[in-house]
Structure formats: structure tokens, C-alpha cells
Design a protein around this ligand. Structure first.
Ligand code: GLN
Length: 198
């Protein structure tokens, strides 16, 4: 049985790590940089990196509107860190006007960008994750947190008193970076969500 064809938005950030992690989790991952590539995938993973840089490229490549339309149409998605920011419906501290991070509205939530502070404040630790028996070793790098969730949104994990993993239907987001650890449980959860939709 071949795995679901899942795209990794490959504009900036830790693309390679997510391609490898999805592969290990049983999917058939492909890079997405162009409109035709987006049209050809069943689901999309938006990696961590810098949300303003990714947004700038989304504008340049005219991918923001098609991506928002696919999300509105029910495409499964997973965003990690910068990807969580982009999947939000509202972003606090989104960046300077014209260069700000774009809210693609995959999840009805307000996210605060760089909530945990700057790079020096990056940290890691064990976080309980709803549905997983053992905690996840979560790595936070200039991470966002969630400040508001809409009625259909489930909180899967919290840190520092804020949600850091959430799910609304087919869309999943984490503030932390599972791709930098060997643990593939979050990627497998996403692959299962995609399989269930097929
Ligand atoms: N602070 C970054 C941003 O605003 C996110 C950091 C990350 O993805 N590791 O996009």
C-alpha cells in the first residue's frame, strides 16, 4: 500500500527534515513550490522557519490565495511553529505592514508570534499530548503560542499556560518542532488524519 501524497511547502525553513519525517511516518512526501504542485497534493505540511519570509514568498509566487482556498475546501494540513502562525485566522505581532505573516485561516485561532521570546529563550521539555501515552519531547525555537481558540478547536498540548498543539478537524498545528527529534508520533498522527479523509 502506498502512502498518501503529502506536500511540504518548500519556500523556506526546515523542509528536508519534514520530508524525511513524513517518509518515515508512511507518507509519500513531495516538495511544493508552485501552484500546480499544490493542486496535485492531498494534504500540506507547512514547516517552521520564518513566517514573514514564507509569507513574502507566498505573495511573490501567488500561492497565498490558492492555499487559503484549499484550506477552506477542507484540505488536511499540519503547521509547525512558523507553519502554526500561518494556519491561524489571526496573528498578534505579525510583523511590519506589507511584510507581515499571512493568516491563512486553517484553524479558527489567534496566535502570538515569538510569544516565548527571542532565540535565546528557546527551550525544550516534555509535554503531555492528548491521545499519546508518553509525553512528547517538545523543542521550541522562537515559538508562537495560541491565545484564543474558536469553538471547534481542540487543545492537544499546553506549555507555559498556553495551548501549543491544537487541532480543528483535519488541520493540526504545533508550536514546537517534532521533525528535529526522532519521534515520529506527531507526523504519524497527521498521516492518519490524511488517510481518514481519503
Ligand atoms: N518566530 C518564527 C516566525 O515568526 C517562527 C520560528 C520557527 O518556526 N522556529 O515565523
Amino acid at each position: 500500500m502506498s502512502g498518501p501524497r503529502i506536500g511540504v511547502l518548500a519556500l523556506q525553513g526546515d523542509v528536508r527534515e519534514h520530508l524525511a519525517a513524513l517518509n518515515e511516518a508512511g507518507a509519500e512526501p513531495v516538495s511544493v513550490r508552485r501552484r500546480e504542485e499544490l493542486d496535485a497534493v492531498e494534504a500540506l505540511l507547512i514547516p517552521g522557519g520564518e513566517s514573514t519570509a514564507i509569507s513574502h514568498l507566498l505573495r511573490e509566487l501567488e500561492l497565498a490565495d490558492p492555499l487559503r482556498a484549499r484550506l477552506a475546501d477542507g484540505m488536511p494540513a499540519y503547521g509547525s511553529c512558523a507553519g502554526m502562525i500561518l494556519l491561524a485566522s489571526d496573528i498578534i505581532d505579525a510583523g511590519v505592514q506589507g511584510r507581515a505573516a499571512i493568516p491563512l485561516s486553517g484553524i479558527d485561532m489567534t496566535v502570538r508570534r515569538n510569544a516565548f521570546g527571542r532565540q535565546v529563550n528557546s527551550f525544550e521539555g516534555a509535554v503531555d499530548f492528548d491521545g499519546l501515552d508518553e509525553p512528547v519531547h517538545a523543542v521550541f525555537i522562537r515559538a508562537p503560542w495560541v491565545e484564543r481558540i474558536g469553538p471547534g478547536v481542540r487543545v492537544l498540548a499546553e506549555a507555559a499556560g498556553h495551548p501549543v498543539a491544537v487541532r480543528q478537524g483535519r488541520v493540526l498545528a504545533t508550536s514546537f518542532h517534532p521533525e528535529v527529534t526522532g519521534d515520529r508520533r506527531i507526523h504519524r498522527l497527521f498521516v492518519d488524519i490524511v488517510r481518514d479523509c481519503a
